[in-house]
Design a protein around this ligand. Sequence first.
Ligand SMILES: [Zn+2]
Ligand SMILES: [Zn+2]
Length: 365
Amino acid sequence: MKKYFLLFSFMLLSSVAFAASTAYQEQTLERTAAVTKIIKAPFTTNFMGIYWPHLPNFTYNKNFYVRHSSNGKQWSSWKEVLLMTEGPDENHEPFDYGHLIYTKNANFIQFKTEKVDFSKIKLNEFHFVFIDSRKPPVTLTKKKAKRSIAGEEFVITPRTGWGADESICWKTENPTAQESVTHLFIHHSALNSNIPHEECDDAIRAYLSYHVTTHGWSDIGYNYLACPHGMLFQGRRFSVETTTVDGKEVVTTKDVIGAQVSKYNKGTLGICAIGSYMGEVQPSQELKTTLYRYLLWQVTHYGIDPLGQTAYTPAGAKEAQTLQTILGHKDAPAASTECPGDTLHPVIPLLRTQVAERLKQPPPK
Ligand SMILES: [Zn+2]
Ligand SMILES: [Zn+2]
């Protein structure tokens, strides 16, 4: 199946972009808000991303917005483009990226800025990424995880279950197995919208496309994903090791180092809650249950105290920081993000307690 992906860098209204007069340029510099013309999408787009040259010392706060339309007449509300600080430890990209925005079936988009200093960035330096990740629906297959929580069945959707395009992944390197895991990060995908379950696999394929093709990473950044409807998905490819035990070949899979919290990837795993947990949107009970089971699974497997705080030394740092073992992306010091959103973040202490309580009980017979 063809994978549609296009980078589209738009031209600003020519009278502004190419104005030669000094007076006009001064006028441009004084502006802090701008709205583009309506931009026609190159194909019907279900997810879009935006990136722009890195702005040093710029605190992003309600600056960039997108709206979308299928027919050019009825428009969505303006959706804020939220800064994405997920990424590998070694990050030398000259751009800042927004989280993907769910546009369902957009044929037109419009972009606007607020509170932007146009002496630092020009409108025509913004790049738009259009993605159509719809395919004939894949059957969302589940399989029992190899690791089990004491006495409880655990179900995970493998990469084949969401239709990972393996041909674009891991072309120049292999996944690096985690030596140990001490901390578990929780993210949200900041899609700016709720998404129906039939499209959850579309969303994961869109993240894969954005992370690999746009960012240049080897695979989707998150180790796992959970959808609002309660399914748990494998994200990043596992490391697969074959050993011989008593003359028999034994294949084991191991979690690998992700690209989910820049500088905090080694020894940590990241799960992304699909959806946007800001403002009015509350995490569903199904999502909370899935996160609880996932955390129970990981703390059991790696011997993590769910209520504990342990030392972590971020990549490139000299001193260790004390971090809760189960934490949100924004709990990483200096992570400039709202992730996992103001309604999911307060759930994390409850999840820690729930997991700790469960560990005190004997496994069910
Ligand atoms: Zn995050
Ligand atoms: Zn779903």
